[in-house]
Structures are given as C-alpha cells and as structure tokens.
Design a protein around this ligand. Structure first.
Ligand code: 5BU
Length: 260
C-alpha cells in the first residue's frame, strides 16, 4: 500500500494533495469533531488541539451564539496550526437550493470551510450545485457513502453508487465518509466517524469501533473522533494518545500491505 506522500502525487484535487502532505508532515490522520454549542469553546478547542489534527470538523448550525467573525477566526487557526476545516453540513437538497445553503444564509460556509459533505440521495445535480460555488474557491466535497449509525440505509449498493458518483466528479469530490476503504482511486480519501479507544455505542444509535478496526482491518485513512476527545478530562492528552495510536496503525497497515 502506498503512503500519503505518494498518494499526494496521484491525487487530482489540489486540496487532497495538500491534505495528504500535511498529514505526512504532521504525522497525523486524526480529525477531531468539536460539537460544542458555544463559539468561544469551539475556538479554544481548535487552538488547543490544532497541532494534533489534520482536520477540524464543525457543525456551525449547533452554535447558540454564532457570530459572523467565526469563519475568519477559524481560518486563522487553520493557517497557524495547518489543518483543514470541514463543515459537516450534510447537504441533501436539489442543486439550486444546496448552492444557496452553501454560499449564502447566516453561515457563508463556502467562505471559510475547506471541505463540506453531502448525501447522494438527490442525485448528481446536488454535486453540480455545490461544485459551481466551491470549485472556483478551491474547496472540496466529501460524499457520504456509509454512516456510522445503527440501522443506516447508507451501505451496500447505496455506498457503491456514492463511490461511482464521487469518482465521476473527482475534480471536486476528494473522498468519502465511509466505514472502510471503498474507492480504488489512490487520490480518494476515506474518513471514518464513530471511533473510540474501545468499541461501543451511545444512547442514540451512534456505533463506535476501535482505531485498529478502522485503520488496520478496514483500511480507512482518517479517523473522526468527537466526544472521546472533547469530553475527556484532559482533551489534549487524549488527542495525543489517539493521534499516536492512529498513526502507528496506519504505518503498520502500510507495511503489511507492502509485504503482500
Ligand atoms: P462522536 O462524539 O465521536 O460520536 O462524534 C461523531 C461526529 O461525527 C459527530 O459530529 C457526527 O455528526 C459525525 N458523524 C457521525 O458520527 N457519523 C456519520 O456517519 C457522519 C457524521 Br456522516
């Protein structure tokens, strides 16, 4: 299996190249999900954890005190610590509406988020609508192929379809939310949520697998970790532990697959 530096060379999207290279340089494939409902808390966490992560994943629509200065503040932190910003908006409307949701409204997501994601239910018009806004700005789209929640319909043939749609749009789509590696294109990234040190679930259908399962058994690229870090007594220490473990898993999986 080839490493991130080689995959950077094979990636078609400049943002995918940037992400592969920053992961290799920082030696981290940890994306952290900060689902705080207060802006100052989100920014403080992003500043604290910035050196440990490759991606900061946000949900701006859960902020009780959203202010239009957020995007600018997040961008400064992303530049200082070298991570990408991923707004987990899960667009799911027709292309025209989604393009407005992406560019306008309260949040002006396209102005500050490197990455966004979308469901494939509406079909390719949604990708076109988002692409129209995001591509001129150098942004990228992650398609939701599989979800981590119990009873999800996003799996099997649905996931295959998502991969096909993503690969057909690889000038804008740079990867998938998936529970395992799905695409054979080396430039495509796989990001997996539902990760903790120990497997388990929460009270509302979230299912957790271990870092080893996700990266070594199922060959994903990036783990997305939320409450295991944000709700830890010492979030920075927990982020360091998870980051190190994830990077070791990745190195082991590369070695195994190189030997085969
Ligand atoms: P957690 O605290 O590690 O459970 O948070 C997981 C985050 O990933 C949270 O922000 C979810 O909205 C997000 N997520 C997910 O858990 N599962 C999915 O399939 C997708 C996103 Br898509």
């Amino acid at each position: 299996m080839i490493n991130f530096a080689e995959r950077a060379r094979l990636a078609l999207h400049p943002l995918a190249q940037k992400l592969f290279l920053l992961m290799e340089k920082k030696r981290t494939n940890l994306a952290v999900a900060i689902d705080s409902t207060f802006q100052e808390e989100l920014l403080a966490m992003a500043d604290l954890l910035g050196p440990e992560i490759c991606i900061l994943k946000t949900h701006v629509d859960i902020l009780a005190d959203f202010h239009s200065n957020l995007g600018c503040a997040l961008r400064k932190l992303a530049d200082r610590h070298q991570f990408l910003i991923f707004e987990d908006r899960k667009f799911a409307d027709i292309g025209q509406t989604a393009s407005l949701q992406y560019e306008k409204g309260l949040y002006h997501i396209a102005e500050w988020a490197d990455l966004i994601n979308a469901h494939i239910v509406p079909g390719p018009g949604l990708i076109d609508g988002l692409k129209k806004i995001g591509r001129p700005l150098g942004r990228g789209l992650i398609l939701i192929a599989e979800m981590s929640s119990l009873g999800t319909l996003a799996k099997g043939r649905f996931a295959d379809k998502a991969v096909q749609m993503g690969e057909n749009n690889n000038d804008f789509v740079l990867g998938f939310i998936a529970m395992r590696k799905l695409s054979r294109q080396p430039g495509m990234l796989h990001l997996t949520p539902g990760v903790k040190l120990k497997s388990g679930k929460d009270a509302l259908g979230q299912q957790y697998r271990t870092i080893e399962d996700v990266l070594e058994k199922d060959n994903s690229d990036i783990i997305i970790v939320g409450r295991e870090i944000s709700h830890a007594p010492d979030p920075l220490l927990m982020a360091k532990i998870i980051r190190e473990r994830a990077w070791e898993c990745l190195l082991r999986s590369w070695q195994v697959r190189t030997r085969v």
